[in-house]
Design a protein around this ligand. Sequence first.
Ligand code: ADP
Length: 162
Amino acid sequence: MLKAAFPGSFDPPTLGHLNIIERAAAIFDELLVVVAENHQKKYLFSAVERVEMMGQLAADWKNVSVTICDSLIVDFLQKKDIKLLVRGVRGVDDFSYEFELSMMNKALDPQIETIFMTTDPEYFVLRSSSIKELAFFQGNVTGMVPPLVAEALKEKYCSILS
Ligand code: ADP
């Protein structure tokens, strides 16, 4: 039974994240999408909102589940008995960051293996932070995020700005 985890902020989930989930779900028997709640970070969406969105978006994949983690990912993986960690890579900048992160996780637990999945070219430019900026200025995010996320972004910025 090959179990893997795909951790991230998913603030908000994008089509790039969903592409990685779809491809990873086709490789592993079980995929756990782990929504990170790092109390030092400032998020647009709360952890509950991010988990709810991701839960709805991943509902059609029977071997994908979604959960929150507010501890070190390595500790979380040990508790869940998961040794494979999936991360998406858009380019060399992502790779150098992800590489360092994987080295740190390996230092904390040598049993953890990080598997890098390169982005599909059409999702190459998708980044949650840029999408939030675009949505803030009422730019069109169609084709970058699923409709329910586009709607959530609109509502969030309307409530913040009103
Ligand atoms: P972070 O963990 O830096 O907060 P995110 O939550 O946005 O990043 O992303 C979680 C994971 O998804 C990371 O491994 C990130 O590189 C990957 N990812 C984000 N956007 C894409 C994309 N468009 N294509 C492939 N992978 C992506």
